[in-house]
Design a protein around this ligand. Sequence first.
Ligand code: SF4
Length: 405
Amino acid sequence: MNSKSKNAKLVAALLRWFAAHARDLPWRRTRDPYAIWVSEIMLQQTQVKTVIPFWNRWLQTLPSIAATANASPDQLHKLWEGLGYYTRVRNLQKAAQVVMAKHGGKFPENFTDILALPGIGRYTAGAISSIAFNQPTPILDGNVIRVLTRLFGISENPKAKTTNAQLWQLAEDLVKDANSSRWGERPREPKFERQRRTAAREDARPTNCSFLNQSLMELGALVCTPRNTQCPICPVKNLCVAFAENRVDELPNLGKRETATARHFMAFVVERDGKFLIRQRPAGAVNAHLWEFPNAETTGAKADAKKIFKAIFGSAPPAVHPLVTVKHSITRYRITLEAFLVRLGGTSYTSPHSKKQSGTRGAHPSESISTTGIWKTPAQMSLLAFTAAHKKLASAAAKSILSGG
Ligand code: SF4
């Protein structure tokens, strides 16, 4: 079969399958490029089910580009709290400000203008312009890479430059094919799209580019998954090289995974008169602008909590009590965060600082953080955005007050 006829068959099968099987997701019930853009940014590195409540809350709180452009950093970070990768939310606001200043508050339709916005790369620009404006712009993310490498039996590493270019070309060929193929064949739209149009009193209009791109992502998310791949129910199995050659589990060839590195941190939940000492991470640091409890990276699990406390605060604590241990992963790091409760009572303290420690074995400041801590009650802390791990500490801190423990 030549590639033109394979592509035409793929496009037809994928569009039919999408119309019948696409998930009814809230951002699929809108054509508003702003709402679609927010969903695409949230979905980077984050699963659909996690994103849904965040997206709903965001759109309710900041329903327009102008609202996002003018929101306070605290409000933005609080709305994003728990999604991680906070550079995304800061870029979202920068881009909203550019849209206000350069495009009169109207989200641009032109691919090049979209691509020029902060935080928007080729994938996101392609997703927005195809989904919101039905333009034949390709998309290539992890899901699409998996589907395409398997469909076309590509065994080279998709991160290699030429292979990556080849995959972009395949994605482009498919969406262009969808653009030029007959629109109007039934079933041509999912039920939720019909309901959306009826509610919005919109006539049907071409959607092939939008639905073709979304079908590739959807197939990768639901059927052509990394493990337990559902080939027997796949709508394009008859066209799939990996399926025919029994190579599904070999593709994509992502090369050797980097081994995870273990890192240990120690945090201190310091309480005085029902308030806790917290600090804000500075601009430029990882998780900038978010709040956290004073902490330091240690050289291992056996570090001495009292020594680390002294390294951070400059004076010894009255006593330290194990509070909670949080384990989580960020990129290739497996992080263990051990938290201790320190009740100061009438004891005076020194604000957290980052001066280089000398003679303190086992501790080194996590980064050059030089913020002054502030004291907050649990209710006040609940209004601030914490990193996911430190949010668990904040909740343990609140419980420690209730239990008096
Ligand atoms: Fe993926 Fe299997 Fe479908 Fe091929 S047949 S595209 S490997 S789910």
